[in-house]
Design a protein around this ligand. Structure first.
Ligand code: GLA
Length: 388
C-alpha cells in the first residue's frame, strides 16, 4: 500500500513524500465501554490500515487529499482551532492543533495524502488510525519525539477536545501497541498494556458490517458515559473506596440496587460484567479453553442488549445467525455499538464459507445488500515508513 500511496502522492502533489506512516484500526474483542471506566479491555490491531504521506511546503496553507474518496481539503495554520464538523480532514487538523501545543514545536505547512483499507464509520476505529498515522508522519517531520502512550493520548485529545466525542483511549492504544497475531490486554487504570496473548492459530475473526451508520459523534456515547459516572457517584455513597466502575464487583453493585436510578444501574451492570469477562477470558485463553472464551463473547453481546442498550436489530441478527452457521464459537458487537460491526470468532478452515453463509442470511433477512464480511487477523501496530 505504501508504494501505491507514494505513486499517487507524486502524481497529485508533484513531489516525493518526505515520510509516510501507517496505523491500523482496532477490533474490540472483549471489554465494552470499560476503557473510560478505568477497566480492562482485550483488543487487537486490525490487519487493515491507514497511511498518511507528508511533505513540507512553503506558506501557511496545508493541503490534504484522500485518494479513496478523491476529495481535497485545505486549512490555514492560523485557523487551527476551528474543526469542520463531519469532515475527515478535521482529524488531521486536530492532530496539528494538538502538536502545536507541545512546547518548542515549530509547525509549518505541508501537503498530505491519505489512503486506507479500513471501512469508514464502521466501528473499526478508522478515525484513530487517521490520527495516529498523521501524528507519526507529522511528528517525524516536525521533529517531535514522544512515547507511544503519549501518541495515543494525543489522538484521544483530538477526539475529546477537538471533535467533541468523550471517548476513551482504547482505539488509539490498540493502534499504537498492536502486534501481529496477538491480542492486547490493557488496563486503563494504570494506562498500560499488561500483556499480549496469542489466539490459537486455527482461529480468525470474521468482521461483519451491519452498514448501519456508526457515527459516535452523533450517538448516545456521551450519554452512556454520563450514566456510568452517575452510577459511580451513587455507589461511592455506600462504598467510599469506589472511584470508578473498575472498583465495583457484581455483588457490590447489586447491594446498591435501591439507591441507583434503574438506567444507570443497568449501564453499570454491563461495565462491571465486562471487566469480569475480560479477566475470565484471559484465563480461558491461557488454558486453551477457546470454546469457553467464545461463550464470553456471546454473554457480552447479551449484556449489550439487556443492560447497555448499545446494540441494534441488525447486530442482533448477525449474532443469532452466527449460532446457526457452522464454524463460529462466539460473536458480539465490537466498539461503541449502535450499529457498526460484529466480530465472530471462527475456525480458520471454515472462515471463507462461514462469511459467505453469514452474509447471505443477513442480506436475505435485512435487505441490506451492501453489507460486507472480512476475515481479519490481529495486525501490527503503527509505524513510520522512512523512505516515504
Ligand atoms: C469507542 C470508543 C472507545 C471505547 C469503545 C467502547 O470505540 O472510541 O474509547 O469506549 O467505543 O468500548
Amino acid at each position: 500500500m505504501c508504494k501505491v500511496l507514494k505513486e499517487k502522492f507524486i502524481n497529485f502533489f508533484g513531489s516525493v513524500p518526505y515520510i509516510t506512516a501507517a496505523a491500523p484500526g482496532r477490533l474490540e474483542i472483549l471489554g465494552n465501554h470499560t476503557d473510560y471506566n478505568e477497566g480492562y479491555v482485550l483488543s487487537a490491531a486490525t490487519d487493515l490500515e491507514t497511511l498518511v504521506a507528508v511533505m513540507p511546503v512553503e506558506g501557511n496553507v496545508c493541503r490534504l487529499h484522500s485518494f479513496d474518496s478523491n476529495s481535497t481539503a485545505e486549512f490555514d495554520l492560523n485557523t487551527l482551532e476551528k474543526p469542520k464538523p463531519g469532515c475527515w480532514s478535521s482529524y488531521i487538523k486536530g492532530v496539528v492543533y494538538e502538536l502545536s501545543k507541545i512546547d518548542n514545536t515549530k509547525i509549518h505547512a505541508f501537503n498530505a495524502g491519505v489512503i486506507s483499507s479500513i471501512p469508514l464509520s464502521a466501528g473499526m476505529s478508522s478515525s484513530a488510525a487517521l490520527e495516529i498515522s498523521a501524528g507519526y508522519a507529522l511528528g517525524e517531520m516536525f521533529g517531535i519525539d514522544i512515547t507511544k502512550e503519549a501518541w495515543a493520548k494525543l489522538g484521544q485529545r483530538v477526539e475529546n477536545n477537538y471533535m467533541g466525542l468523550n471517548s476513551g483511549l482504547l482505539d488509539q492504544f490498540s493502534s499504537v501497541f498492536g502486534e501481529k497475531n496477538k491480542l492486547i490486554f490493557s488496563d486503563f487504570r494504570d494506562v498500560k498494556v499488561v500483556k499480549k496473548i496469542k489466539i490459537p492459530e486455527d482461529y480468525v475473526f470474521v468482521v461483519a458490517n451491519t452498514t448501519v451508520k456508526h457515527n459516535l459523534v452523533d450517538s448516545d456515547y456521551n450519554d452512556r458515559r454520563q450514566s456510568c459516572e452517575a452510577a459511580v457517584a451513587g455507589i461511592s455513597k455506600k462504598y467510599s473506596e469506589v472511584q470508578a466502575l473498575r472498583d465495583v464487583s457484581t455483588s457490590m453493585l447489586k447491594n446498591c440496587r435501591e439507591i441507583l436510578n434503574v438506567m444507570d444501574y443497568r449501564k453499570a451492570m454491563h461495565v462491571v460484567g465486562e471487566n469480569e469477562r475480560v479477566l475470565k477470558g484471559i484465563e480461558y485463553l491461557e488454558k486453551n479453553k477457546i470454546n469457553e472464551f467464545g461463550q464470553l463473547m456471546y454473554e457480552s453481546h447479551q449484556s449489550s442488549i439487556d443492560n447497555f442498550e448499545n446494540s441494534c436489530s441488525e447486530l442482533d441478527y448477525y449474532i443469532e445467525l452466527s449460532k446457526t452457521v457452522p464454524g463460529c464459537i462466539g460473536a458480539r458487537l465490537s466498539g461503541g455499538g449502535f450499529g457498526g460491526i460484529s466480530i465472530h470468532l471462527v475456525k480458520k478452515a471454515q472462515a471463507e464459507l462461514y462469511s459467505k453463509r453469514l452474509l447471505a442470511g443477513f442480506k436475505l433477512y435485512t435487505g441490506k445488500d451492501k453489507a460486507t464480511a472480512l476475515i481479519c487477523e490481529p495486525g501490527k501496530g503503527a509505524e513510520k515508513i522512512a523512505d516515504g
